[in-house]
Design a protein around this ligand. Structure first.
Ligand code: TXA
Ligand code: MG
Length: 334
């Protein structure tokens, strides 16, 4: 039997952060926890490191990356914030909000990382490990979710190891990520537009802006061929097992993903059952979503049956990820 290649894992702490910044400076790839999901970090200003990152993930290089920085001042060196963007930054950073901004003239992020666009996605994460790395490194770090392209996002170090073992230089294990679902992406080019529902609920953003947000999930950016949010094309976040959503009945040999205290007919015979939140809490459900999907995927059931999840609050992002996981997809994205 062949022994699978492993990537070294370090528990969080000063030594791990130091090793991470050393590797980043040398063009390495480091997976680290953020409050949303684990990110796969590379020096955003180093084109070769960014190229390696696309390669390690198996990600198409026309799908741009989010640049992570430690604070607003560092964000302003990358993108231009209009008044509404500034208000969102003030309210939600650090935190699970990404803003797509017009690229600043002095922005040193590699063109490969932004897929040649004149915009850049910027985020200030709220997780001690991520922040210590960003502060220690002192330069922007691009960090897509640390999974193989098109696969379920990682919320634990073991998920990263399962997807990327031997393809990256270091994994920092900070335990499960608290939010569990990726950042909300708002395009702040002119009027703010919701591009990806995520860790900050839409209603919270609408409250701060005093306006409703338009939604442009897979629109195209100003007439050129680059998708506005290419990662939002249907085949994303996919487990290998087929998903059946909004079920009111479970078929024999299906795995079952529950929410709340109810059990649909046929549920007792499920191959394996996991509950996103028995008490019906959408925050707890978001935190459990990707690890439960991975665990049910591992059963090899005929399908994963998912009960209806309410659409309010983080439910919008949860339903978005479930719909994408259920969408038919080409083999090449898996
Ligand atoms: O929570 C998160 O955002 C995580 C953690 C690690 O920070 N990161 C993450 O990155 O989800 P990723 O690469 O999996 O998703 C980034 C999304 C992609 O859908 C990409 O197409 C979009 O952001 N994006 C990046 N730059 C963009 C740009 N300039 N214009 C439009 N969309 C952009
Ligand atoms: Mg991703």
């Amino acid at each position: 039997m062949t022994v699978p290649l492993k990537t070294p894992v370090l528990k969080t702490g000063a030594a791990a952060v130091e090793e991470a910044t050393r590797l980043l400076a040398a063009g390495g790839l480091v997976a680290f926890p953020t409050e949303t999901v684990y990110g796969l970090g590379a020096d955003a200003t180093n084109g070769r490191a960014v190229a390696r990152l696309y390669e390690a993930k198996g990600r198409p290089s026309f799908n741009p990356l989010i640049a992570h920085v430690v604070d607003l001042k560092a964000a302003q060196a990358l993108g231009r914030l209009n008044a509404k963007a500034a208000r969102l930054a003030k309210t939600f950073w650090p935190g699970p909000l990404t803003m797509v901004l017009p690229k600043a003239a002095k922005c040193r992020v590699s063109d490969l990382a932004t897929a040649g666009l004149d915009t850049i996605a910027v985020r200030v994460p709220d997780h001690k490990v991520a922040r210590d790395i960003l502060a220690g490194f002192g330069k922007p770090v691009v960090a897509p979710s640390a999974n193989r392209s098109g696969h379920v996002s990682p919320t634990r170090a073991e998920h990263v190891q399962a997807d990327l073992a031997g393809r990256i230089d270091l994994i920092i294990d900070g335990g499960p990520t608290p939010v569990g679902i990726e950042s909300t992406i708002i395009a702040c080019l002119e009027e703010p537009v919701l591009m990806r529902p995520g860790g900050v609920p839409r209603a919270a953003i609408e409250r701060v802006l005093g306006q409703k947000l338009a939604y442009a999930p897979s629109g195209f950016l100003r007439g050129n061929d680059a998708p506005l949010a290419p990662g939002m094309l249907p085949s994303h976040y996919a487990p290998r097992t087929r998903l059946r959503l909004n079920v009111d009945r479970v078929a024999p040999a299906e795995a079952l993903l529950l929410f709340g205290s109810g059990l649909p007919p046929g549920g007792k015979t499920a191959a394996k059952t996991l509950n996103l939140s028995a008490r019906g809490d959408l925050i707890e459900a978001a935190a459990n979503l990707f690890s439960h999907l991975r665990a049910l995927d591992a059963v090899g059931a005929s399908a994963i049956a998912v009960v209806p999840i309410p659409a309010e609050g983080l439910g919008e992002a949860i339903n978005d990820r479930l719909a994408r996981a259920a969408a038919p997809r080409p083999v090449s994205t898996r």
